[in-house]
Design a protein around this ligand. Structure first.
Ligand code: APR
Length: 320
C-alpha cells in the first residue's frame, strides 16, 4: 500500500510545526506548500535533516505548485495572514477569504478525495468558505478550533486544581472567538464535573469564571506576548490529533468546527460542536442537552459566525 500523503497548505509557523509533528509521528510523506518561493523548500530540507537524528524516513518536499498535493489523503490549511497585536480574528477576513479561494480551487483540482482540516482564521467563516470554494463533501472539510480551545481550558483548570492535565477533560462549543462557550457541566476532572468541584470547595465560581474568560481570550493573550504573530505549537498539535483520528479511524469525539444542518437548531453554518471522527471524516455530530445559559451563549456565538458569513458574501458575491 502506498504511503499516506499529508499536504500542508501554508508553510509558516503552524505549517512548519505540523510538518515536524507529522514526521515525528510517522503519519506519512509530507508536502509543504506555500506561495512564497524558497520557504517551503527550505523548511522541507531542514525538516528532512531531522530524519537521521529522529529516525523518521518521511519524504518531505516543499512546493509552490498545487500539482504536488495530488493524491493527498489529509490536507491541513494554514495559508493566510496571522494576527498581529490589536487585530481581532475577524480583521483577517478580507485577506484570508481571497487565500481560501485560491486554496479551495487548488484542492478541488488536485486532491478532491482528501480530508481537509482548516486552521486559518477567522476559523468558522474560513472553513465555510474553503468548503464552498473546494466543493468537497461537508463531512470531509472541518475546522480546527475546539481541540485547541479545550486544551487551553484544560491547561488552566489543571493549574487551578493542581491536578494532572491527563485527568482533565473539557467541553467547548460555538465559534472560535471571544464568544466561544466553555461548558462547565461537561468539563470534568476524572469524571467529576467542574460545577461539583466548586461545590466541594476545590475552587470558586469567581475563579472559574476568570478561567473561562482567559480561555476565550487564550489566542489573544499569546498574540500580545509574541507581538509578531499568533500561537502555533498548540494549534499544530491539535490539528494533528484530528488528522490521526481520521487516518486511524479512531472514532474519537473531538470538538471541531463542523457543518451543521439542523443540529443545535443551526443550519448551513460551520460552528464548534462535538464530532465523532473516523475514516468517514465527520461521522456524527453529537448533540448534547444544554441548560438555558449555555443555549443563550451558543446563540450569541452562532450569530457572530452568521455575521461573518454575511461579510464574506459581501466581499465575494460568488459565495452568495
Ligand atoms: N497560498 C498558500 N500559502 C499562503 C497564501 C496562499 N494564497 N497566502 C499566504 N500564505 C502563507 C504565507 O506565505 C505564510 O508562510 O501562509 C503562511 C502563514 O504562515 P504564518 O504567517 O507563519 O501564520 P501561522 O502562525 O502559521 O498561522 C496561519 O492560522 O491560526 C491561524 O490566525 C492564524 O490565519 C492564521 C493561520
Amino acid at each position: 500500500m502506498a504511503r499516506t500523503k499529508i499536504a500542508l497548505i501554508g508553510a509558516g509557523n503552524i505549517g512548519g510545526t505540523l510538518a515536524h509533528l507529522a514526521a515525528l509521528k510517522g503519519l506519512g510523506d509530507i508536502v509543504l506548500f506555500d506561495v512564497v518561493e524558497g520557504v517551503p523548500q527550505g523548511k522541507a530540507l531542514d525538516l528532512s535533516q531531522c530524519g537521521p537524528v529522529e529516525g523518521f524516513d518521511a519524504k518531505i518536499i516543499g512546493s509552490n505548485d498545487y500539482a504536488d498535493i495530488k493524491g493527498a489523503d489529509v490536507i491541513i490549511v494554514t495559508a493566510g495572514v496571522a494576527r498581529k497585536p490589536g487585530m481581532s480574528r475577524d480583521d483577517l477576513l478580507g485577506i484570508n477569504l481571497k487565500v481560501m479561494k485560491a486554496v479551495g480551487e487548488g484542492i478541488k483540482a488536485n486532491a478532491p478525495d482528501a480530508f481537509v482540516i482548516c486552521i486559518t482564521n477567522p476559523l468558522d467563516a474560513m472553513v465555510w468558505a474553503l468548503r464552498e470554494f473546494s466543493g468537497l463533501p461537508h463531512n470531509k472539510v472541518v475546522g480546527m478550533a475546539g481541540v485547541l480551545d479545550s486544551a487551553r481550558f484544560s491547561h488552566f483548570l489543571a493549574d487551578e486544581f493542581n491536578v494532572s492535565v491527563k485527568d482533565v477533560n473539557t467541553f467547548v462549543l460555538g465559534g472560535h472567538g471571544d464568544t466561544m462557550v466553555p461548558v462547565l457541566e461537561y468539563s470534568t476532572v476524572s469524571g467529576i464535573p467542574v460545577t461539583d468541584l466548586i461545590k466541594m470547595g476545590m475552587s470558586t465560581k469567581e475563579r472559574i469564571d476568570e478561567i473561562v474568560k482567559r480561555t476565550r481570550g487564550g489566542g489573544g493573550e499569546i498574540v500580545a506576548l509574541l507581538k509578531t504573530g499568533s500561537a502555533f505549537y498548540a494549534p499544530a498539535t491539535s490539528a494533528i490529533a484530528m488528522a490521526e483520528a481520521y487516518l486511524g479511524d479512531q472514532k474519537r469525539i473531538l470538538p471541531a468546527a463542523a457543518y451543521l444542518s439542523g443540529e443545535y437548531g443551526v443550519n448551513d453554518l460551520y460552528v464548534g460542536v462535538p464530532v465523532l471522527f473516523g475514516a468517514g471524516g465527520v461521522e456524527k455530530i453529537i448533540e448534547v442537552s444544554l441548560d438555558d445559559e449555555a443555549k443563550a451563549n451558543l446563540q450569541v456565538s452562532v450569530d457572530a459566525v452568521k455575521e461573518l458569513l454575511v461579510a464574506c458574501k459581501g466581499i465575494d458575491p460568488s459565495l452568495a
